[in-house]
Structure formats: C-alpha cells, structure tokens
Design a binder for this molecule. Structure first.
Ligand code: SF4
Length: 242
C-alpha cells in the first residue's frame, strides 16, 4: 500500500518523560481534531511530497512524491536508524488515522514504536495496540478543542493501559479547574499510577500563556489524586530543534 507522509527525520523527543531521547519521527498527515494551540497545522494538508532527511541530524532533505510505498517508507526510516536511536515516533497530525500503514510498516522496524496520539480513536488503537511499545496519550480539554472527548479518552486509556502509557495535558490560560478535574478522574479511574505530564502551552500570545500561579494550582490538584505528576514544558523551542 501507499501512504501520504509529511516528513521523516531524526531528532530528539521534545515532550514528556522521554524528553531528550533520540528518535526517528514519522509524521503522518491529517488529524481528526482541531486544537486551538496546534503547532503542526502543516500536517493537515495533503503534501505533494514527503520531506525525507538525507542522513540523521543532517537537516538536509530529499522531497519524494506522495503517497509513499510503505516498503520505501520503511527504507527511509531504517536509513536514519544506522545511527543509534531510542525508538521510532509515529506522530502527526494523528497517526491513528493511518492504522493500515502502521500495520504494514511495523514489521520492518526493529526498535520500539512510540505512538504520539490525541487519545480519541479507540477502535484504531485496538487495531495496532500489539505493535506499539510506548503510548504518549493526550487528554484534550474541551477548552482546547471546543468538544468534550472525556468518554472516548476514558475508553482509550483503559485500552492503552495494557501497554506502557503516560498522559499529557496541555494547559493554557483558557483551561478551567472543572475540566481539569474531569481529566484527572479519567486517569485515576483507570490507574492512579499512570504518569501525568502537565505541559504549559507554547505560545507567543500573552493572552494564552498560563501563569505560574495557575500552573501550580493545577499541579496541586493533580498531586491530590495521582501518584506520578510532573510539569515538563516543550523542549524543541529551547533547543531550537525540529
Ligand atoms: S490533536 Fe494534535 S495534531 Fe491534532 S489538532 Fe490537536 S494538537 Fe494538532
């Protein structure tokens, strides 16, 4: 089969507990949500060509016409894996919009697969769960998307808990304590020991930025009901990496 891919490159994981690990990223196109703070909106459009990094860390790219044959995609990934990496990150957009491609790609990859997902597509997760080693699951607050996805998040997390999983919540000045409390109950009801990462939104818009006081209030709330809670901001911008 063939799949539309935005880019394949080597970089460092910039979010969550695996921050700083070297990964090869496969960015799929398209997303089922529209978060107001999204920083990968370029992945929503159909790209005529995929950006494929020539060698790991070179920052130089070939542009290969989309859609890519999965066999070729696997070749591009493995070419970067000549250097040592921790895992291959399936990201987007929303990678679970591409389960057929993931199923076909997985057998070619010999290191762990790390899924970065918005945590909504339950049936799709079920399709690929056996192939995935680590799940980075977002819980999207209604203030981020304009929709309430708690019911889907609950079912998704129950399924994801069969694997190594952590939850990430992006917090902005628009986040409310009521919706945050509901997100906490989703996690606590599945397993209080699932790690939760609070990630302050990365933005230049001063109205969106979260104050430290508000961030620490959310932190205290989370510590009341979960065992492993950390505040970890996005690191890409600090390190000026992809
Ligand atoms: S789920 Fe992720 S990729 Fe999709 S709109 Fe939200 S932030 Fe962007």
């Amino acid at each position: 089969m063939r799949e539309t891919v935005v880019e394949v490159f080597s970089s460092l994981q910039g979010e969550g507990p695996y921050v700083g690990y070297r990964q090869v990223f496969v960015r799929f196109s398209g997303c089922n949500l529209r978060c107001h703070y999204c920083d990968t909106t370029e992945s929503f459009q159909y790209d005529k060509a995929a950006r494929i990094e020539k060698s790991a860390g070179s920052g130089q790219f070939n542009f290969i016409p989309n859609p890519l044959a999965i066999y070729d995609l696997a070749g591009y990934v493995n070419q970067l894996l000549i250097l040592r990496h921790h895992s291959v990150s399936l990201t987007g957009g929303e990678p679970l919009c591409h389960t057929s491609a993931i199923k076909e790609l997985a057998p070619f990859i010999e290191i762990p697969l790390y899924l970065e997902t918005n945590g909504v597509l339950v049936d799709e997760l079920n399709e690929v769960l056996s192939l995935i080693h680590i799940i980075s699951m977002d819980i999207k607050l209604p203030s981020s998307t304009g929709q309430d996805y708690f019911s889907s998040h609950r079912r998704f997390l129950k399924l994801a808990a069969h694997k190594e999983v952590f939850v990430k919540i992006v917090l902005s000045n628009q986040s409310s304590q009521g919706e945050f409390a509901e997100a906490l109950s989703v996690i606590a009801d599945v397993n209080k020991s699932i790690p939760l990462i609070l990630q302050p939104v990365t933005t230049h818009d001063e109205r969106e930025k979260l104050s430290t006081t508000k961030l620490l209030t959310f932190f205290e709330m989370a510590l009341e009901c979960l065992e492993h809670v950390r505040i970890i901001p996005q690191m890409h911008h600090l390190l000026n990496i992809l």
